[in-house]
Design a protein. Sequence first.
Length: 206
Amino acid sequence: MLARKLRLLACLLFMFGGMLLALYPPARFSAFAQQPTGSIPTVTGTPSGAVVGVFLDLLQINVYSGPSDFLYPAIGVLLAGQEIPAYGYSEDQTWIQIYYPGVPNSVAWVYAPYVKIVKNGRLPQIISPPTPTLLSTPTIDPTLAAAFIDPVTPTRLPTFTPPAPLVIATFSDNALNNGRVPVGLLIFGFGFIGGLGTLISFLRGR
């Protein structure tokens, strides 16, 4: 009986507590996020201008330090479809100066037929840089070169000696009709006689 009363009391307390929570909702606390301190870095880039792109059918192209693939060395490459800022054309309109980081002054040159202008389609004409000078001019020591060259002593050409005249053998009629029996006729006669004897022997044996 006592246990039943305790259970009933517990139920009443639970219901009363639920009513109090419904009448007085919990207080809301506002939280303020901490604001970052310090300066925000600004992003800077290259000046806006013309942009060129490598044709997609080219795997890669070379980048040179000047407007020539013979007078200037190659200093890098550009891949197919890569776009890069451009500054201008060379005097002959066959090379384009581009922005290429990682090299002196971040300037390089590409062959104009390998790229196309994709933005801001006009490029000015730019004076080509001076041709680089070689550090040393290779020279050949004539004494050392002569040691590897076999001397050729001029000789006189042999004199031409005409060959002896060609002698053609001729046969006279007397040599052909000297009364002798031709050898061919004798061979034919002996062969005929032998064949005839063989035939007679064969017939007699039957």
